[in-house]
Each structure stands twice: as C-alpha cells, then as structure tokens.
Ligand binder design. Structure first.
Ligand SMILES: [Zn+2]
Length: 157
C-alpha cells in the first residue's frame, strides 16, 4: 500500500490548459490489483508475480522490480511462511494508531517475501522469532478497518 502518500491531489486546478503532461508511468499503481490480490490471499489463494528469471514480486506491480520484465506469471504462495525479520512497533504511523504496539514481520512465502502484521501474539512478549512458522491471511486494521496482510503463528513441525 502507499502509506505516506496520502496528501496528494488538490494542488493544481485552475485553467486546465497544461499541455506538457509528464510521461505516464509505465506501471500505474491501481488499488484494484492490490485488492484483488488481498481477496485471493484471504481466500487462501495468495499468489506472487514471478518473472522468467524467477524474481518474485507482489501486485500491483506490473513489471519485475529486479529486471524489468513484464512477463509475469502467477505462482501460488506457500501456505506456511517463515519469519525472516521482524520488529515491534510502539510508535505507529497514524493509520496504525489503534493497532500499536504490534509486530511487523517480513515473511518468506516461497516465490516472494511479504510484509505484514503478526497477530495472535503478545507484541511485548517473545513469541515472534526469526524462523517462526506463520500462515498469511487478511484481517482488518484496528485503526480504520482497512484490510491488512497478517501472519498468525501455526503449530509447526
Ligand atoms: Zn526479474
């Protein structure tokens, strides 16, 4: 999502003459793509976009961030991922004001890594650790009810 990009729009206006449009972005960010991905993830059918070289990325990307290829195919995510890094957030951005403290984690889901909030754990405890097995899902952000990628620990091997 585009956290931090909230304040756009409204700046210009007036005479709509402007003939010098800047070049359109080759990869327009559409929330629809991301929403579709969230819906799939919520249904247990999360996927990554993988280029012919095997680089994984997530919607709404249209091109591989590594090599620029636009020949992206959808590869299913692993149902169970592993925490690669995590951090406890005590001072959140406004969009997460009512969620803090919480744990964010980068999780290896096979073809791609994803960032999300770890739920079902005590943020102040030590339940989250590198290598922890988690299942990815979609839940609501407490602050505003917006959908959010979440990870919950699973009973691993
Ligand atoms: Zn690539």
């Amino acid at each position: 999502m585009s956290d931090g990009g909230a304040g756009e729009g409204g700046g210009t206006g007036g005479d709509g003459g402007g003939g010098d449009e800047t070049a359109p972005s080759p990869t327009p960010i559409t929330d629809a793509d991301y929403d579709e991905w969230l819906d799939a993830l919520a249904a247990g059918e999360g996927y990554a976009l993988v280029c012919p070289d095997g680089h994984g990325s997530l919607p709404p990307r249209r091109r591989c961030p590594e090599c620029g290829s636009d020949a992206l195919s959808r590869e299913p995510l692993d149902e169970i991922g592993r925490v690669e890094t995590f951090s406890v957030v005590h001072v959140p951005s406004p969009r997460f004001a009512d969620d803090a403290p919480y744990v964010t984690a980068v999780v290896d889901l096979g073809p791609v890594r994803a960032t999300g909030v770890v739920r079902g754990v005590d943020p102040e405890g030590d339940a989250v650790e590198v290598g922890l097995s988690v299942a990815a899902g979609v839940e609501e952000r407490e602050t505003d009810g917006e959908p959010l990628v979440t990870f919950r620990p699973v009973d691993g091997e």
